[in-house]
Design a binder for this molecule. Structure first.
Ligand code: TYD
Length: 209
């Protein structure tokens, strides 16, 4: 007999290239869920914790592949332990801007095996209930960035990242074209989230409960 799923909140992850629209869409979804009375927590990786800050310094100063892989993992362990797992245990909806699929794609594009990265992450990181992958070509993502590029944002490199994202395949993954108008992207995001809530929203906390 299949083991019954432990009662917890929901973990919804936004993934995609820089400039795909993740942050905008996450905020719109958060506002809509809050308006509908759900208890929502918004998080991002790299996080604002000590490892996340070290990673941002690395982006500004020049990358060191082996070190950054370990730092993204350390940052995620910290984020899971202190923020993600406690919020899920309290029945909240966690919206997460990047998760280990970014490590598979971005550090995979540096030559690390995405399958090995996935395994190392799944040893400690709770599996997401829904992964919304906003897809844009690397050129489009770069054009949209309103800031000077950092070491993570070179075109050839981002094309390799895009390829790894394109090959991802697992049951909770949904692909949405990030080139659609933001309204339309939001409508598709919302449809997926409503379907998720109908399927497995039994343990999700609403405000005041
Ligand atoms: P980003 O989401 O752009 O954060 P911020 O806007 O706060 O700088 O993330 C910074 C970069 O980190 C981005 O180019 C993707 C990269 N990244 C990885 O290389 N591996 C990872 O595991 C994660 C989470 C991000």
């Amino acid at each position: 007999m299949a083991e019954r799923r432990r009662c917890r909140g929901l973990l919804i992850v936004f993934e995609g290239l820089d400039g795909a629209g993740k942050t905008t869409q996450l905020q719109r979804l958060a506002a809509r869920l809050a308006q509908a009375g759900y208890d929502v927590v918004c998080l991002k990786e790299p996080s604002s914790g000590p490892w996340g800050q070290k990673i941002r310094q690395l982006a500004a100063q020049g990358r060191r592949a082996a070190q950054e892989l370990e730092w993204f993992l350390a940052d995620r362990r910290d984020n899971v332990e202190h923020h993600i797992a406690p919020a899920l245990a309290q029945g909240k909806i966690v919206l997460l801007d990047r998760y280990y699929f970014s490590t598979m794609a971005y550090q995979g594009a540096l030559g690390y095996d995405p399958a090995v990265i996935q395994k190392r992450n799944e040893a400690f990181a709770p599996p997401p209930d829904l992964v919304l992958l906003l897809e844009v070509p690397a050129e489009v993502g770069l054009e949209r960035l309103q800031r000077p590029r950092d070491a993570f944002e070179e075109l050839d490199y981002l094309r390799r990242v895009e390829e790894i994202f394109a090959r991802l395949h697992f049951p909770t993954l949904r692909r949405i074209p990030g080139t659609l108008p933001p309204e339309e992207v939001h409508a598709r995001v919302w449809a997926q989230v409503q379907a998720l809530l109908a399927r497995q929203g039994q343990c999700v906390r609403t405000k005041g409960k």
